[in-house]
Design a protein around this ligand. Structure first.
Ligand code: ZN
Length: 293
């Protein structure tokens, strides 16, 4: 079964809520990058958050997230679009830390404070917008919640979950984003806060046998929401030889000459999907010609 995201409105349209099952998406990321469990959890949570943020985009809009902490992971990079496609990578995929004092994957230690969370939005026809906050926890759910409050002035709550088997296989991944819409009553916000606080283990609620609406019901109550849209989501990298040709035109001509003379070509590898592209001498000469234009 493919991954799915549900967009809904709850409490008489006072609350916007997105829930996502990203189990296949995060499994794919784990396989592409051979991430170890703490890195899988961190990259997985970033991918889930990116899917949730991107669910507010329209048409050709895109967004990119960068999380740069001081821990062993280095930088986490993800991007997503309005079609539910997401991709990402982490500088150091082989991070496997001891469980934290609560017996959970220690994402906060792997990310490491101090650090920054940056979200860049490319809205079709407009100027790109970049918002940035300092990391406040490193567990990422709280950091995205903080980002939305500070940088986008939208009171929100994120829940992000990745459950991993001892053999590194991703058992489940997913989460939710709740946004309080203008005009929502205090009673609604209070009740929602209580519900989130008593939710229990999020990974138990992203159970494929129950379906994604189970999580929705637990969050806002049965019959208390209406579904606006359901969308397929997936790990997807649109890279191509053409896109790499484009990015190689920024390399200095002298470096390209060196690739021609010494290596008789160049191999580039996509960070997001590990696909390799080979540029022979003729390809490199064409890049030089383009630069000279
Ligand atoms: Zn790629």
């Amino acid at each position: 079964m493919s991954d799915q995201l549900i967009k809904a409105l709850a409490y008489d349209d006072q609350i916007r809520i997105f829930v996502v099952d990203a189990t296949q998406t995060v499994s794919q990321a784990q396989i592409y990058h051979d991430t170890w469990h703490t890195a899988t959890a961190a990259l997985g949570r970033s991918l889930v958050a990116t899917l949730l943020l991107a669910a507010n985009l329209k048409g050709e809009d895109k967004l990119g997230v960068q999380i740069k902490g001081s821990g062993p992971l280095g930088m986490l990079v993800t991007d997503g679009n309005s079609q539910g496609e997401v991709r990402g990578y982490v500088n150091n995929p082989h991070v496997a830390l001891e469980l934290n004092s609560e017996g959970k994957l220690d994402v906060a230690a792997a990310v490491g404070l101090p650090g920054l969370l940056q979200v860049r939005r490319n809205i079709a026809g407009g100027d790109p917008f970049t918002g940035q906050v300092s990391l406040i926890s490193g567990e990422l759910g709280e950091d995205f919640t903080y980002y939305m409050a500070v940088s986008e002035q939208t009171p929100s709550a994120f829940g992000l979950s990745v459950l991993i088997n001892p053999d590194e296989k991703v058992l489940s991944a997913g989460g939710f984003m709740i946004q309080v819409l203008p005009g929502a009553s205090e009673e609604t916000v209070d009740e929602l806060e209580k519900r989130i606080a008593s939710l229990g283990k999020l990974s138990d609620l992203i159970d494929q046998s129950q379906g994604l609406s189970y999580l929705l019901e637990k969050l806002v109550g049965e019959g208390n929401y209406r579904v606006i849209a359901t969308q397929q989501v997936a790990y997807s990298c649109p890279c191509s030889k053409d896109s790499f040709t484009e990015s190689m035109t920024v390399i200095s001509p002298s470096e390209i000459m060196e690739m021609i003379k010494e290596d008789h070509g160049a191999e580039v590898c996509c960070h997001f999907c590990n696909k390799k592209y080979f540029f022979n001498e003729e390809d490199l000469k064409q890049i030089l010609e383009r630069q000279a234009e």
